[in-house]
Design a protein around this ligand. Structure first.
Ligand code: TXA
Ligand code: MG
Length: 311
């Protein structure tokens, strides 16, 4: 009997959509060389066509074929962090067409480490375009069950790979313009990248990067991010039913309380499942206790800030 993963590769070859696990979040995959498959991917995601998508590969060698210039910096980062939760933006080669780059002259490349992703990409043998497997703007999926809840019958196959180990999207470093620019913080920290090269941080308000849109990764229930002392004060004056995400023990005045780990990697791993759970608790508001303002919390703080923005 053919394995599920081999069946996934066949579906991709035929222009279909396959959701698959990665170490960061689950991705919604389509053949990155097939305009119609990618168009369907955007339609299912509900994503604007000018937003570029990350292309996934089994090896750095395959990935770099999609770039017309591979700076030494890219090789050094790939050597150190691939396979793993890092995306590199490079100047594109002719393999990366407008429909994956959003018309830009650069392309996002990633070599994931999850064994199921790796096997799928190896059998497929080329680039797989994959945004997170959720509807645009909402919380990314970290289990196959999340994907089924979000996308249901809109995908041909959802490959099972257990809960995503990292839990938040990859770190994105842009090398297409000369220096290294951190576009999206992730499990690979700015400090870790700085061990390899100098990197600047750019907080783009520009809409080229969905990950940089202010309200993104957001639950449907209005959510607010509060410092610990404020949280306590808010709970005392709230009249609505509230759901809380916090480090401390449950407060009995609160209807729904999830306690989070005090360690950033463990927190990130649980974050999206926790937001989904709070979102479905039937409360009027979600209150989130802000993590410490420290470098190791940068990626988690970024996602929480966006999840709680504009509510
Ligand atoms: O961890 C991840 O990266 C997950 C898994 C599935 O690999 N994927 C993911 O994809 O988060 P998505 O589409 O949700 O986010 C892709 C981010 C966007 O912010 C996009 O704009 C940026 O990567 N990106 C892709 N290509 C780009 C390019 N050429 N220039 C600038 N940003 C780019
Ligand atoms: Mg996403």
């Amino acid at each position: 009997m053919k394995s599920e993963v081999a069946r996934g590769a066949e579906i991709l070859k035929a222009g279909g959509l396959v959701a698959f696990p990665t170490e960061t979040v689950y991705g919604l995959g389509a053949d990155a060389s097939n305009a119609r498959a990618v168009a369907r991917l955007y339609a299912v995601k509900g994503r604007p066509a000018d937003h570029p998508v990350i292309v996934h590969f089994a090896s750095a060698e395959q990935a770099f074929a999609w770039a017309r210039e591979v700076p030494d910096a890219a090789r050094r980062l790939a050597e150190r962090f691939w396979p793993g939760p890092l995306t590199l933006i490079l100047k594109r080669s002719e393999l990366a067409q407008d429909f994956v780059t959003g018309g830009q002259d650069s392309v996002g490349l990633r070599v994931p480490s999850h064994p199921v992703a790796h096997e799928l990409l190896s059998i497929f043998g080329s680039g797989v375009a994959a945004p997170s497997a959720n509807r645009f703007g909402l919380v990314s999926p970290t289990t196959a069950a999340h994907v089924r809840e979000d996308l249901g019958a809109d995908v041909e196959l959802v490959l099972e790979g257990g809960p995503s180990e990292v839990g938040i999207e990859s770190t994105i470093v842009d090398l297409s313009g000369g220096g290294a620019v951190l576009l999206r913080p992730g499990a690979i920290t700015k400090q870790q990248i700085e061990e390899v090269m100098k990197v600047t941080e750019k907080n783009l308000a520009a809409p080229r990067h969905p990950g940089s849109l202010e309200r993104h990764y957001a639950p449907r229930t209005p959510a607010r991010l509060l410092p610990a002392h404020e949280l306590d004060r808010q709970i005392a004056v709230m009249t609505d039913r509230v759901a809380v995400l916090a480090f401390s023990r449950p407060d009995e005045r609160v209807d729904y309380w999830l306690r989070m780990p005090r360690e950033p990697a463990a927190y990130a791993r649980r974050l999206y499942a926790a937001l989904r759970e709070l979102d479905s608790a039937g409360c009027e508001a979600i209150l989130v206790e802000a993590p410490p303002d420290a470098p190791e919390w940068a990626a988690v703080r970024d996602r929480l800030r966006r999840a709680c923005s504009g509510a």
